[in-house]
Ligand binder design. Structure first.
Ligand SMILES: Cc1ncc(COP(=O)(O)O)c(C=O)c1O
Length: 371
């Protein structure tokens, strides 16, 4: 059995951060972010990368760059966190929630097609838990209707489908580097695009439309401060350089838990599609026990963290900011997926003892879980 790849020393991770701190205050303030973007561009050939302060900001900048604005509608899977939909609202547009297929976790394109109107501008496929849907289906749907595709690849760094890496299938791909993500910098994010105009828009957007050099152009628009802080850019760059070992560590962690749970009562692993290269973001199990969501919550009380048990993930269309305005029927496929999926929350620091404790607790509690 292969063991977990080792954690880096604090010195190895902190060196770049100390260098960034030593250069502060820096009036231009993007030397490390620039280098991080260059490393991303080298990894994702043919794409420009724009580093930002969070995955939410990446989505905000990308949706702004594809022209989403007041009066527009954007198709968003209900199977997601609120951060996917919030930027749509901040731009004055309306998220229209679409359902997902419980068998594949992919967008339910029949439901999406029924919800397209003359005001639909874009679709935001979300690769939740690193799982990617069928990209041929996505392209056929979006291209045929002239929709921009802004991928929420916040959890999907390292995944690909039919050889296409997450974040490179659409008009723009958006990533989060919040701690817990496989590529992390504490807080942070970035977007990828092949479109130079989109990248230029995102660069201006993240910095209050202050396009460099300072004072060279009037600030044509209002935007946000969504820059990636320099010490975090240094950390992101260090982690990007060791990304293969980060990815390998997460794969080993997830496989260890799933292997230990083989035969556990009422729990079946969710396996990726045949053409899917999954980043193993989270051990995923279908719960066929009575009251599955209550089971996940019970596990959280036993110290086993999961998306639904600990973070109470519910379909986005049922969250209070949207229930007042949403007229459509609830997205039942998304609800079924979230009620029945145990998605464990892992971090890089989880070692074999932690993983084995999770598996033992799940096996024990599943065996005695009653109706
Ligand atoms: C699927 C998804 N979308 C968007 C986000 C937002 O990213 P951030 O927290 O970096 O703003 C997250 C973060 O957890 C996420 O998991």
């Amino acid at each position: 059995m292969t063991g977990l790849s080792p954690l880096p020393s604090d010195e190895a991770l902190g060196g770049g951060m100390l260098a960034a701190l030593a250069g502060m205050p820096d009036p231009v303030g993007n030397a490390f972010a620039d280098r991080f973007e260059q490393d991303l561009a080298a990894r994702f050939t043919g794409r420009a990368a724009v580093a930002v302060s969070s995955g939410t900001t990446a989505l905000h900048a990308a949706l702004s760059a594809v022209g989403v604005g007041p009066g527009d509608e954007v198709l968003v899977p209900a199977l997601t966190v609120v951060m996917t939909a919030a930027p749509v609202v901040q731009l004055g547009a309306t998220p229209v929630f679409v359902d997902s297929d419980p068998d594949t976790l992919d967008v339910d394109y029949a439901d999406a097609a029924a919800k397209v109107t003359a005001r639909t501008k874009a679709i935001v496929p979300v690769h939740l838990w690193g799982r990617m849907g069928d990209l041929y289906g996505l392209r056929a749907f979006a291209d045929g209707r002239g929709l921009a595709v802004v991928e929420d690849a916040a959890q999907a760094m390292g995944s690909s489908r039919a050889g296409v890496p997450a974040g490179t299938a659409g008009t723009a791909g958006c990533f989060s580097m919040k701690d817990g993500k496989i590529l992390w910098s504490g807080e942070g994010g970035f977007l990828l695009t092949t479109d130079p105009a989109l990248a230029a828009h995102a660069r201006a957007f993240r910095s209050h439309w202050l396009t460099p050099p300072p004072g060279s152009r009037p600030q044509e628009q209002l935007a946000v401060n969504g820059r990636l802080a320099e010490p975090l850019a240094a950390l992101a760059q260090a982690n990007l350089r060791r990304f293969p070992s980060l990815l390998e560590r997460r794969r080993t962690q997830t496989e260890r838990v799933l292997r230990a749970l083989a035969g556990a009562r009422g729990l079946t692993p969710l396996r990726p599609a045949a053409d899917e290269e999954w980043n193993h973001y989270a051990p995923l199990l279908r719960i066929s026990l009575p009251r599955p969501r209550a089971f996940a919550e019970h596990l959280a009380h036993q110290g086993v963290p999961s998306s639904t048990g600990s973070f109470r993930l519910i379909p986005c269309d049922t969250r209070p900011p949207f229930t007042a305005t949403t007229q459509a029927a609830p997205c039942r496929g998304a609800a079924e997926i979230l009620d029945r999926t145990l998605a464990l929350v892992l971090t890089e620091r989880d070692d074999e003892a932690v993983l084995d404790r999770y598996a033992a607790a799940i096996t024990r509690e599943a065996a005695s879980w009653g109706a």
